[in-house]
Design a protein around this ligand. Sequence first.
Ligand code: ATP
Length: 280
Amino acid sequence: MSALLELDRVNKDYRIGGFLDSSILHAVKNVSFTLSAEKPEIFTIVGESGSGKTTTARMILGNETPTSGTLRFMGQDIAGIRSRADRLKFMAKAQPIFQNPFEAFNPLTTLDYYLYSTARRFLGIKDRGGVEAATDKALNHVGLSLAEVRGRYSHELSGGQLQRIAVARALIPGPRLIVADEPVSMVDASLRMSIVNLFRELRDTLGVSIIYITHDLSTAYYISDRVIIMHRGDVVEAGDAQSVLGNPQHEYSRALSGAVLPPDPEEARQIIERRMAGAV
Ligand SMILES: Nc1ncnc2c1ncn2[C@@H]1O[C@H](COP(=O)(O)OP(=O)(O)OP(=O)(O)O)[C@@H](O)[C@H]1O
């Protein structure tokens, strides 16, 4: 099996505190996992606030270097990507989606501008027709079209629609991996389901792997193929989503999922669907 992404005993420490009372915070401890290049999947990192999820995501995106250990993307050491050209190539294949779609887009700039500039930057398309065609294609993958988005500003759209546009922007360069950090936590409960379902569609139709980062167990249970649970920087449990979240072994994951899901998978599924539809 060749690897799309490989984390090998990755650690990240931060020095915190002042000059005289500084100490080391182990934000991420010895994390290892591999995503296959052949089989796209939704790989979810679950954990409470401060568990190290975002730090892990930032290292995967090359925005943070590990204190020790290695992260490889398509065989390349992410920390070793130096030149602008290599960085651009890497970014085209590993795209982020952030928590707050309202912050991702400047309210004074039309949304199509972001999509056009992404097409120009990553695909090198120069002519207007080509840029519009690439933009429309990406928007179609998220259930929108350029006609609906052209000339619109972020305040004219809902959080759910904006997050779809953020996903479309991420799709333009043709990524193999999307790292989505809490992508639905700012989206209305009634629209969350449609966004997480979109991730499934992207996995199945475009073969994109998704690293889905969340503290929300119901969406994690609903869409994930595999899950790791992080607690204070450690991976305390890992495996396929149904077994980890449906039948957690570690004390922390039991506490985490017991609060939300009953042990019976069918009952759990019904609760999740009600929650995702915003009924609970
Ligand atoms: N640049 C930094 N300097 C110092 N400490 C940091 C830095 N970035 C993160 N941390 C600390 O590392 C730990 C893990 O943070 P991280 O943001 O990865 O957690 P998280 O699980 O994503 O939580 P959240 O959902 O709140 O973002 C926290 O204790 C955080 O305060």
